[in-house]
Ligand binder design. Structure first.
Ligand code: ADP
Length: 291
């Protein structure tokens, strides 16, 4: 759906490029996490995906539309919705429903269609009961959900989110992440820029950037298990990957492509069973054998 071809970008003519010869294909319905240390170019890249920035060299195409073609920009932005870290900056309405209606209201749709979209979007983010609330009275998590509702009301094919959970408390994070998973299951494409490797683990594909280049592209198991490599990039691996890696380094026969608690429990339980059945190992069968 999105094709990035030989993308190079410098903010000022003559400056060294912030993005260098980047190539990327994104299919419909993918859930992608984009990771990389601060300043490596993640925001600059995603701003190219809906034509907020235009390549210095190369092309970005959304379906058959090129971001260089100014006549296509409205349609590109309808297909590729984008939300940024600070939800406060994206609020435009005096009430929740007015805010959500703002985007579709600018699409020359009938008022019936605008209402339908607002209803649907509020329902999707679970905010129907807050429709009359002034947005400034919402919590940080609710404001981020409101920003998402505004995007969804545009009925995009893909949404691009720049650290949507960065300023949220654990409950707010959980709500946003659960919603992203649900929306993706319903067919919506997601590109999620994040610093959290735990959040990256929720995606089906992880892209890694370093110094303006795309340096890795794989599933979370492949990428997040590379514990030492992630650290050299200034990224903190998921705690579970780190634990499995330390155990493996200690000589245990374990898979390191594991980053969820459930999978780790299963893997370690299987290891303990193997150790028990091995004549060399001494492990108590039950806790009371020690008494
Ligand atoms: P990330 O999102 O990975 O933190 P950014 O894309 O924000 O990285 O920034 C990449 C580089 O581009 C950084 O060196 C940053 O200082 C620079 N940069 C970002 N925005 C601008 C801008 N508007 N003008 C000039 N340089 C910028």
């Amino acid at each position: 759906m999105i094709r990035v071809h030989n993308l190079t970008y410098a903010y000022e003519k003559g400056d060294s490029p912030v993005l260098e010869d980047l190539n990327l294909h994104i299919a419909e319905g993918e859930y992608i996490a984009l990771i990389g240390s601060n300043g490596c170019g993640k925001t600059t890249l995603i701003r190219h995906l809906n034509g907020l920035l235009i390549p210095s060299v190369g092309e970005v195409q959304v379906d058959e539309l090129n971001t260089r073609d100014s006549k296509s920009l409205l349609e590109i932005r309808r297909r590729v919705g984008m939300a940024f870290q600070n939800a406060d900056n994206q609020i435009v309405g005096m009430s929740v429903e007015e805010d959500v209606a703002f985007g579709p209201g600018n699409l020359r749709l009938s008022s019936v269609e605008v209402c339908r979209r607002v209803e649907r979007a509020l329902d999707m983010v679970g905010m129907t009961g807050l429709r009359t609330r002034p947005p400034h009275t919402l919590s940080g998590g609710q404001k981020q959900l409101l920003a998402l509702a505004g995007l969804l009301a545009m009925e995009p094919k893909i949404i691009v989110l720049d650290e949507p959970t960065a300023s949220l408390d654990p409950e707010g994070k959980k709500r946003v992440l659960t919603l992203l998973k649900k929306l993706n299951c319903q067919g919506l494409g997601i590109i999620h820029v994040t610093h959290s490797m735990e959040e990256a683990a929720l995606a089906e594909r992880v892209l890694v950037m370093d110094q303006g280049k795309l340096i890795a592209d794989g599933n979370p198991g492949e990428i997040l298990s590379r514990v030492e490599w992630l650290k050299t990039l200034g990224l903190a691996p998921p705690h579970i990957s780190e634990l499995m890696w330390q155990l493996k380094k200690g000589g245990e026969d374990l898979s390191t492509s594991i980053f969820t608690i459930e999978d780790a429990v299963e893997e370690i339980t299987a290891l303990l069973a193997r150790l028990r059945s091995s004549s060399k190992a001494y492990l108590p069968q039950k806790a009371d054998e020690h008494v």
